[in-house]
Design a protein around this ligand. Structure first.
Ligand code: FES
Length: 248
């Protein structure tokens, strides 16, 4: 069946991941973290056919506010096409581009307010979700860094493809640049292996430290150093419910 990503028709089948379907057709959906549910660059608005998609994952619930869900917000790297029918999605970047090109000032203000609200309300929950996944072994910092390198390489390739599609006369010179980019991407990937191995142990420690700090904000509760707190899914401590500050 055909779905539409930024109005571009893409052939898909039930069971396809929305992000992979877009990548197969060079339909632009960002994927900086390589589909790990970290970066939100794959955020899309589902304009039609939401009922033909898998329910929101825990990662989406952690990062997307109710308001954005109501507007059709989903992470394409977490969303599976489950049914047959018409699906239309608009990426966040394309949505913003249309607002700016259309000089839609009220639309821009509403967009900025919604995104700002989402960041403020979902940042602690999103960060706690990341820490929890690392602790449970569902997210490997080493693997994630490798996927980020792959995501950047894919983004560069997509940009080249888009330029070639839009301006045929540039096809020859751009193909040369593309080859160079591919080579440098592979070199970069290889070069990253050693440093990534070195820092992977450190990354685990940083995540644990961040986890401790998160206890102070998770769920709007405050936990003091030395006490345990509720972080992720497992209640580990008693958090301080309120703090009174008196000014003399
Ligand atoms: S959250 Fe990063 S690619 Fe989906």
């Amino acid at each position: 069946m055909i779905i539409y990503i930024n109005d571009k028709p893409c052939e898909v089948a039930a069971g396809d991941l929305l992000l992979q379907a877009a990548q197969r057709h060079n339909a632009h959906i960002g994927c900086i973290c390589g589909g790990n549910g970290i970066c939100q660059s794959c955020f899309v608005y589902v304009k039609e056919g939401a009922e033909l998609l898998s329910p929101p994952s825990d990662e989406e619930k952690a990062f997307i506010s109710d308001k954005l869900f109501q507007e059709g917000g989903r992470l394409a790297c977490q969303t599976i096409i489950t049914g047959e029918g018409t699906i239309r999605v608009l990426t966040r970047a394309e949505n913003l581009r249309r607002i700016v090109i259309g000089l839609n000032v009220p639309g821009f203000i509403t967009y900025a307010q919604t995104i700002g609200f989402n960041v403020v309300t979902k940042l602690p929950g999103g960060a706690a979700n990341l820490v929890s996944r690392v602790r449970e072994g569902k997210l490997n910092p080493l693997d994630s860094i490798g996927k980020i390198a792959g995501g950047l390489q894919y983004g560069a390739g997509l940009a080249v493809h888009t330029v070639m599609e839009a301006i045929p006369v540039l096809q020859a010179p751009v193909a040369l640049v593309s080859g160079a980019l591919q080579g440098s991407g592979s070199l970069l990937s290889g070069a990253l292996q050693a440093p990534v191995s070195l820092i992977s142990g450190a990354a685990g420690g940083i995540f644990n430290a961040a986890s401790g700090m998160l206890c102070t904000v998770s769920g709007g509760r405050l936990s003091l150093p030395g006490s345990t707190c509720t972080s992720g899914n497992t209640p580990q401590t008693k958090a301080v419910e309120s703090v009174t500050i008196r000014v003399k």
